[in-house]
Design a protein around this ligand. Structure first.
Ligand code: TRP
Length: 335
């Protein structure tokens, strides 16, 4: 008999539109994962309110982002896609786990320390207990792997510690998950600040997957190339990080090597190269954008995905939660 697939789970905050860095760096490769893993993805709206949100915006993004992910190739038939707040077990397990998490270990979390420094005006308890909710997200599904960025690795490690602590007391209740730090996927930098990762906080250098052709053309036209005036397309990450970034984008989309790109633009300069990059990016994003726009208009379809996703997720999560309730000694009513 075939081995059952390993389970993979990841949360994504519905905190903004997706951009080319998210897409080329990660999402583009997700569609293929279903061949190897049983995949769960959810929009982590419970986590998002640790920072104050405009309710109408959060509501809208929770739906738009689902449309964008599906348009990027995440097939809702093959992946379980859901909204965290639709599955109450996340909050329920989070409370139980908070009684098995030490204040000391939470206070060592680097993300908490960074956020505490940034959000002095709203230093709420949720920022502090954030990793407990994340542990609940993961452990409810008995996930084998959790694909995360480097910044979230510490949160997967505390999840492992909490799981092991609980298992040591009550037996094998939780699968102890492994973080999966993506090594594939391109690292894309901001067009206006090629020293920093592309980020929505620097919008002029950030190409959103929903940007129209003109906006994309304008952003690439203004892309920083290099400080010297050697107007030539050559891969030199050290001295020409802006050009290297554009070449990387071009290469990731077209599959051409850096040498091939150098040859293609030999003697042509940035005036030709930049619009060429804008064009391949737009050609690649246009069908994704169109599909996302079509889905956004079909609210009933998206609702249905969320409904079915929550149902599948609740089934799996409910099993774990019931086991936990029983183990810790909550009195059970006869069925
Ligand atoms: N904290 C993650 C982030 O900000 C999002 C997240 C919430 C998550 N719960 C998760 C990621 C569970 C992986 C698994 O990126």
């Amino acid at each position: 008999m075939e081995e059952p697939k390993k389970r993979m789970l990841s949360g994504i905050q519905p905190s903004g539109d997706l951009h080319l860095g998210n897409y080329l760096g990660a999402i583009k490769n997700w569609a293929d994962r279903v061949n190897e893993y049983e995949c769960y993805y959810f929009m982590a709206d419970l986590h998002t309110i640790t920072v104050r949100q405009e309710p109408a915006d959060l509501r809208k993004r929770s739906l738009n982002q689902l449309a964008q992910y599906i348009a990027c190739g995440l097939d809702p038939e093959k992946n379980t896609l859901f909204l965290q707040s639709h599955v109450p077990a996340h909050s329920q397990l989070s409370w139980v786990l908070s009684c098995y998490t030490m204040l000391g270990e939470l206070s060592r979390m680097t993300q908490y320390k960074d956020k505490a420094a940034k959000h002095q005006d709203n230093l709420n308890a949720g920022l502090f207990t954030y990793p407990i909710l994340m542990a609940a997200d993961i452990l409810l599904y008995q996930a084998d792997y959790v694909p995360v960025g480097e910044d979230q690795k510490q949160h997967v490690e505390i999840t492992r510690d909490i799981a092991q602590r609980f298992n040591n007391i009550y037996g094998e209740v939780f699968k102890v998950p492994e973080p999966l730090i993506a090594k594939t996927g391109a690292r894309i930098y901001g067009l206006s600040t090629p020293g920093d990762k592309m980020s929505k906080s620097i919008p002029e250098g950030c190409v959103f997957i929903m940007d129209d052709a003109d906006t994309i053309a304008r952003k690439f036209k203004r892309a920083v190339t290099d400080s010297d005036t050697v107007n030539c397309v050559r891969y030199d990450k050290e001295n020409k990080p802006g050009v290297a970034n554009l070449m990387n984008i071009y290469s990731t989309i077209t599959g051409k090597t850096f040498e091939e790109i150098e040859k293609e633009f030999d003697g042509k300069g940035y005036g030709v190269f930049k619009p060429a990059v804008a064009e391949v990016v737009n050609d690649h994003l246009a069908p994704i954008r169109d599909e996302a726009n079509r889905l956004i208009k079909d609210k009933e379809y998206l609702n249905q995905i969320y409904r079915e996703g929550a149902e599948r997720a609740s089934y799996v999560a409910g099993k774990t939660l019931r086991k936990v309730y029983k183990k810790v000694g909550f009195y059970q009513l006869d069925k």
